[in-house]
Structures are given as structure tokens and as C-alpha cells.
Design a protein around this ligand. Structure first.
Ligand code: MN
Length: 440
């Protein structure tokens, strides 16, 4: 039988570093994370060259020869370094997963490869325990396998960044290779050490279990690594095995082209598979008709969602523009204070409309209040606007008898500004209690 896949990906420079030397691939049937090293631009170039060469070599050789594709990438990184002094000494880790589609009488399978200390994990369907599939080619990883240190010691060891295998170092590179059988519901995680040095397996598993889709999981993992310190570039690719014939509506809504990235300043998304992209050869031939029938589904879901978004936006704008009242000066030039519905000055095509006159003349108001009315004093409801007008009326009367009236200048239309108003009143004993207008 053939299986379907949904993937999500994210990469971030982290909190401490200034360049992102990680790269990733999230194309249909080929997923990869590479963590470059080497001063200057070296690391960034090494991981990018490796990702590009693996992608083209898989298209050329077929996904079941993913390990040979990695050896080509090794040669390409070495060649590139020889041609540019700035790049000498550069190298990169690489872990990649490729779909080998079912041929007659067989099932889909996955080929996994690894060189270095980036990792690939599997989270089985219904499980909350991560299985690390790759072995770390690092000093502490080897010590741990030899029983010389514990996993806990390895996780915090000062030499944990020393790797013992990488692309770009030797003409001959040993590539670890596994074959796996995908099963629906399981999730695979490919990641650079910027994730695993910040989060332990339990924390990673919790995100993978809880996230509703692979893209959400990828973004959440990067965010948590950054929150935990973000001391290195962090890159993750999350691949979920799904039924081949399910409508992929989530993909339709978050569609983005698959990409290789070396951007240091942005989180990179790789959403729905794009059948025209490199790696398309890895899409199982048996799923092609299902893909076509799914297309109309996706378009329909997308159009419905788009229509809903446009409608809701228009409704929200209308509500915002018309949902309030303000006390201002009549637009007929007569100087009367009136209550309007809408926003002072209008908003887009929504112009304020007169709700009721007040009988007050702006010219009769004390200077501070006249200014507020001329600017348009916003209230959340008609009742609030009427209370403000009643307050204005008392102010006209009180200015005739006292000369010490102080009026708060904050606009009590929100919770936060209401508390500001109360503070103003509390620090000013001369303020009449009626001047504190409750907010909406
Ligand atoms: Mn790293």
C-alpha cells in the first residue's frame, strides 16, 4: 500500500549567534537537516551545498541510494572548499529521510541516513516516547555507547560539540543507513543539535504529541529551544505519515513551496508538497490519481476559507468603525455639541452619523473640555456618551460657581485607561467624583 506524508519545517538563527549555518529540505519524499560548521561563510555554504547536492543526486539515482547521494555531497563540499580559501575547513552534518515508493508487490519504505550529530527521531503512533534512530557521531556519543559516561553526563558534557564524523573532511565518508517501514500516525523528527542541546527528549516528545500538525510542531519546537536559551542555530523538520487517500485540507490552508534555506533572519516554513518541485520523483506513482482528485478538494476548502476570512474581516472592520459613539461638534458649523455614532473623522468608507443633539454649545465649555469635544470624545456605548454629556452639562454649571475644577484628560474607553483614570482621581483630591467615567 502507499502512504501519504505531511511535513512541516522551521529554522532559526537562535538567540546568541548572528548567522544561521543550518539548512533544511522539506520536499515531497525527501527531508533533510544539515548543520554547517567553519568560520566565515563556511558553515552556511557547506550545509547548503550538501542539501542541494543530495536533492539532485536523489533525483538522479533514486531515493533508495540516498547514502550514495550523501557521498556525492561529501565530494561536492570538499571540491567547493578547495576552490575558495575563505571556505577551507568547512564541513557539515547531515541527516536525511527519503521515501522509496512501493513497487509491485512491496510496501512503501523509508531510507534514513546520518553523518554527524544531527538527529532523526521517531514518535510511534499513540506513543509519547521518542526513539532516537540515529547514532551521534560525536565524542560524547561514542563515550556514551562505550559505557564510559551516562546519557545525562553526555547531555551536559563540555565537549559535547566535538563531532567525529562530518561531510567535507575526508574523501571517504562512512554513511550510516537504515531502512524503515512507515506506518500511519507516526511522526519523524529531523533536527540539528541546537534543538537537542536545549530540550530533552521528554520536552520534545510533548510538543510532537500535542501539536495538531507538523508545521505547528516545527514552529513550537524552535520557539521552545529559543526560550530555553537558543545558544545555537535550531532547525527541525517534522514528517507525519498519513493515509494516502485523505483530503489534505490542512495543507491547502498552509501551502508554501518547499525550499532549501540558508536565511539567518527568518523562520522558514515548508508546508504542502509541491509536485513540480525537485524530489517529485519520490512521490509514489500509485498515489497520482488520488493527488488529482484531492486537488479539487483543496481548492474548494481554500476558497471557502478565503471567503470566510474576507467576510469576517469586513464585518470586523464595520463593527470597529461603527461600534462606538463619540461626543463632538456638529458638522453644520453651528458649534452645537452632538452625539455621533462611529469614529471621529470616520474610518475607510464608514463616516460618523449624528445620533442626537445635546443643546450644549461647544463655546460654553471650559477650555479643556471644549478641546476634548472638538477632538471627538469616544465612548463605547450610547449610554456612556450620554453620561459624558450629562457630565459636560454639570461642568458648564460648575464653572459658573467655582474656578478650581480639574478634569482628567485620559479617555476611559478601555480597561487599562479606566485604571489610569482612577489613579488620576485618587491623586487629585480636588476632582469631583462624577469626573471618573467608568469604562465599557
Ligand atoms: Mn549546531
Amino acid at each position: 500500500m502507499s502512504t501519504g506524508f505531511r511535513a512541516g519545517a522551521a529554522s532559526d538563527v537562535g538567540v546568541v549567534r548572528s548567522e544561521n549555518q543550518d539548512n533544511l529540505l522539506a520536499t515531497p519524499g525527501l527531508w533533510l537537516v544539515a548543520d554547517g560548521m567553519g568560520g566565515h561563510r563556511g558553515g552556511e555554504v557547506a550545509s547548503l551545498v550538501a542539501a542541494e547536492v543530495v536533492a539532485s543526486a536523489v533525483a538522479d539515482l533514486g531515493p533508495d541510494r540516498l547514502d550514495e547521494a550523501v557521498r556525492r555531497a561529501n565530494a561536492a563540499v570538499i571540491d567547493r572548499a578547495l576552490g575558495d580559501l575563505d571556505l577551507s575547513g568547512m564541513g557539515t552534518t547531515l541527516t536525511a529521510l527519503a521515501l522509496v515508493p512501493a513497487s509491485d508487490g512491496s510496501a512503501d519504505s523509508l531510507v534514513l541516513v546520518n553523518v554527524g550529530d544531527s538527529r532523526t527521531y521517531r514518535l510511534p503512533a499513540g506513543s509519547s516516547t521518542l526513539e532516537q534512530l540515529t547514532l551521534d557521531h560525536s565524542l560524547v556519543g561514542e563515550w556514551e555507547r562505550e559505557g564510559r559516561i551516562t546519557a545525562e553526563q553526555a547531555a551536559t558534557h563540555p565537549h559535547r560539540n566535538v563531532i567525529t564524523r562530518a561531510l567535507g573532511v575526508d574523501e571517504e565518508v562512512e554513511v550510516d543507513r537504515w531502512e524503515l517501514t512507515p506506518s500511519v500516525g507516526e511522526r519523524y523528527l529531523l533536527c540539528s543539535d541546537g534543538l537537542t542541546n536545549e530540550l530533552d527528549d521528554e520536552a520534545i516528545a510533548a510538543v510532537l504529541v500535542a501539536a495538531i500538525d507538523p508545521q505547528t510542531a516545527a514552529e513550537e519546537l524552535v520557539a521552545r529551544a529559543n526560550a530555553a536559551g537558543g545558544r545555537d542555530n535550531v532547525t527541525v523538520v517534522v514528517v507525519e505519515v498519513v493515509h494516502a487517500d485523505l483530503p489534505a485540507d490542512v495543507e491547502a490552508l498552509s501551502a508554501a513551496p518547499p525550499m532549501v534555506t540558508s536565511r539567518e533572519d527568518a523562520t522558514v516554513h515548508a508546508g504542502a508538497p509541491d509536485p513540480t518541485a525537485a524530489g517529485a520523483a519520490a512521490i509514489p506513482a500509485s498515489s497520482a490519481p488520488a493527488q488529482r482528485s484531492r486537488f479539487t478538494w483543496r481548492v474548494a476548502v481554500f476558497l471557502v476559507a478565503l471567503g470566510a476570512i474576507v467576510g469576517l474581516t469586513a464585518a470586523a472592520v464595520g463593527y470597529w468603525a461603527r461600534g462606538t459613539y463619540f461626543v463632538g461638534v456638529a458638522t453644520d458649523g453651528g458649534g452645537e455639541v452632538v452625539v455621533f455614532q462611529g469614529r471621529p473623522g470616520g474610518f475607510l468608507w464608514f463616516q460618523p452619523t449624528t445620533v442626537e443633539p445635546t443643546g450644549l454649545e461647544a463655546a460654553d465649555l471650559p477650555a479643556v473640555e471644549r478641546q476634548r469635544v472638538e477632538d471627538g470624545h469616544v465612548e463605547a456605548t450610547l449610554d456612556d456618551a450620554r453620561r459624558f454629556v450629562a457630565n459636560l452639562e454639570s461642568r458648564v454649571t460648575s464653572t459658573a460657581t467655582t474656578s478650581t475644577t480639574v478634569v482628567p484628560t485620559t479617555t476611559p474607553t478601555t480597561t487599562s485607561s479606566t485604571s489610569t483614570t482612577v489613579t488620576t482621581a485618587a491623586t487629585d483630591p480636588a476632582l469631583p467624583p462624577t469626573a471618573v467615567t467608568p469604562g465599557a
